[in-house]
Design a protein around this ligand. Structure first.
Ligand SMILES: Nc1ncnc2c1ncn2[C@@H]1O[C@H](CSCC[C@H]([NH3+])C(=O)O)[C@@H](O)[C@H]1O
Length: 332
């Protein structure tokens, strides 16, 4: 039986090593180290030259990353581990480097977590902070875009649309990637995205690059009071509900129901407050305490709001891995 939460480790190891692990992985993302190794092994001299970093710095970082299995070392050359190549380079399945850049922004926030816990919420919400620091909004949207690349194939597979479903409303649609994926897959579809201006900065260029500026409309505003178009066939409410209070979600879900055609579908992507919460969910609740002052909600809460709004059938689909969250598919 262990005598403390850290078992037989020296107690500070449990605090110090995760901090240095995060710091090193974030630094590698900021410096472009993983991307520099995406095409094959390099020596520290080559890396230092490419990244414009001191040889001493890159060698110290690379050796630590080898010790935590993010890099591999063969004599004088370093390469990405298979998992690093997969998740943190443009050659992999999904490049989560924007998540590292976002974590650099979240770092000082979490250093100040105690003050949010004392208050029971943020001094300034993330959305307010993004108004005064637009770069913060762009960095967050880029991270959400990386996650959308990961979730997108699941969504397309698990949410089949019928030919008569022609209008998609993407609430909190941000980067636009989910609307883009569905419009590319379903030629009959047109979409409307509602989000704060801070989340939409890079979206027009992305729509244009996909040739979808005509079929996907960007309409800035808050989901709490935006007058989006009526007669929708499908509504996406993806990773937005944990940013709203229970009362606001109840109201938004009612407004969504009122704007759906017969046979319409609401797709919610969320992290459901299952009990007891996993470490991941419990950590996410702490993050929300600092960032937005809101929390995740229980499946039973969603079912109550959906039933109250007049949705007749609700299906829960747990994603794999579980840290990807869950879908709630609600039909009219
Ligand atoms: N009240 C609100 N009105 C409009 N957008 C909101 C509101 N609260 C949060 N958001 C947006 O919700 C998004 C959450 S991140 C999720 C983005 C996207 N739906 C995806 O699944 O990848 C951010 O872009 C926020 O700006």
């Amino acid at each position: 039986m262990s005598s403390s939460a850290t078992g037989n480790n020296l107690p500070m190891i449990d605090v110090y090593l995760p901090m240095m692990k995060s710091a090193a992985i974030i630094s590698a993302g900021q410096l472009g180290l993983f991307e520099a190794l995406a095409d094959g092994p390099l020596s520290t001299d080559d890396l230092a030259g490419r990244l414009a970093v001191s040889v001493r710095g890159v060698a110290t970082l690379a050796d630590f990353l080898v010790s935590i299995d993010y890099l591999e070392r063969d004599g004088a050359s370093y390469s990405n581990s298979a998992s690093t190549q997969r998740w943190f380079t443009s050659r992999g399945a999904v490049d989560y480097t924007p998540g590292l850049l976002w974590t650099a922004e979240a770092w000082p926030m979490m250093g100040d977590l105690g003050s949010a816990l004392r208050r029971g919420g943020p001094q300034t919400t993330l959305w307010e902070a993004m108004q005064s620091r637009p770069q913060l909004g762009q960095t967050f949207a880029a991270y959400m875009a990386a996650f959308a690349c990961d979730l997108g194939p699941d969504l397309l597979r698990l949410v089949p649309l019928r030919p008569d479903q022609q209008r998609l409303l993407d609430l909190g649609g941000s980067h636009g990637l989910h609307s883009i994926r569905f419009c590319e897959h379903y030629p009959q579809l047109r979409a409307q995205i509602v989000d704060f201006p801070s989340a939409l900065a890079d979206t027009p260029a992305r729509l244009a690059a996909h040739g979808l500026s005509e079929r996907i409309a960007l309409t800035p505003g808050s989901v709490l009071d935006h007058q989006w178009a009526p007669a929708q066939d499908v509504v996406f409410y993806l990773s937005v509900a944990h940013n709203q209070t229970a009362d606001d979600n109840r109201r938004v879900i009612r407004r969504i129901r009122d704007s759906l055609n017969p046979g319409g579908l609401l797709v919610i992507h969320e992290y459901l407050d299952d009990q007891p919460p996993s470490p991941y969910l419990a950590a996410f609740k702490l993050t929300l305490m600092y960032e937005t002052g809101t929390s995740i909600h229980r499946e039973a809460d969603y079912r109550a709001w959906l039933a109250e709004a007049g949705f007749s059938e609700v299906k829960r689909i747990d994603l794999d891995p579980l840290e990807k969250g869950a879908l709630l598919l609600a039909s009219v």
